[in-house]
Ligand binder design. Structure first.
Ligand code: SAM
Length: 229
């Protein structure tokens, strides 16, 4: 029976792809990609010539039923995103849910995702953590920040370079200026940078040194109230 394969792809360094990911992509009948032009670089590198169609947040609501029909008709479909694991701050969830509801088998390959290296690199406890993805840009942002002020696990955010300073400044305001955090930029790429400091130190650093590239923020856990152990 045909399946849906969820295939993680590199977050920067093209060598960070598994042998199995290359095999599954090469043998698929159809590859769904967020941006077919972006993914064509990876396909060329690994000599993958399978037909690609676009599947992104603007068309996924409409296309999930059609994709499920294709799989039911016998096509093996592989879903990739521009980088990392589909479904992690990227399209994927709707298609997996549709396939599950129709009894279509889904196989998710293990592979690259940006938050894992950032979390491990931070040196903060990874036995329990929460992944917040991107903070809402407007509506709900303050409520989310307020809720997170009570969070007692290590917290991970994805952020764009254009909003990094604003987000670090607001995190300092809601979680405390002295809270330790780490910023991982351009993971696995030539200009990779991992910087640690308090939230206010990091906000000041990136105000003075305009950040570029892709960014993960890891915030250390709120210290437990000593009377509450
Ligand atoms: N699906 C991806 C994953 O599994 O990590 C995430 C996709 S999301 C649209 C893109 C965000 O992931 C970026 O804005 C950044 O926060 C983070 N990211 C992706 N690649 C990164 C990298 N090489 N270094 C640091 N952060 C990265």
């Amino acid at each position: 029976m045909a399946k849906l394969y969820i295939v993680p792809t590199p977050i920067g360094n093209l060598e960070d792809i598994t042998f199995r990911a290359v095999k599954v992509l090469s043998e698929a009948d159809l590859i769904l990609a967020e941006d077919t032009r972006t993914s064509s670089t990876l396909m060329k590198r690994y000599n993958i010539t399978v037909h690609m169609e676009s599947h992104h947040k603007y068309n996924e609501h409409k296309s999930v039923e059609r994709v499920a029909e294709k799989i039911l008709s016998g096509m093996n479909v592989a879903l990739i995103s521009d980088a990392g694991t589909p479904g992690i701050s990227d399209p994927g969830f709707l298609l997996v849910r549709e396939c599950r509801e129709r009894g279509i088998e889904v196989e998710t390959l293990p592979g690259p995702t940006a938050f894992v290296p950032a979390l491990i690199n931070s040196g903060y406890p990874a036995d329990r953590f929460c992944f917040e993805g991107f903070l809402p840009m407007k509506k709900g942002r303050q409520t989310r920040l307020k809720d997170l002020s009570e969070e007692q696990r290590t917290i991970i955010f994805y952020e764009s370079p254009y909003r990094l300073v604003k987000t670090l400044t607001q995190l300092a305001e809601y979680l405390g200026e002295e809270r330790e955090a780490a910023v991982s930029r351009e993971l696995s790429k030539f200009h990779e940078e991992n910087r640690r400091g308090t939230l206010s130190e990091l906000a000041a650093w990136y105000t003075a040194n305009e950040p570029r590239g892709e960014i993960v923020i890891v915030v250390s856990a709120k210290k437990r109230d000593p009377g509450n152990r």
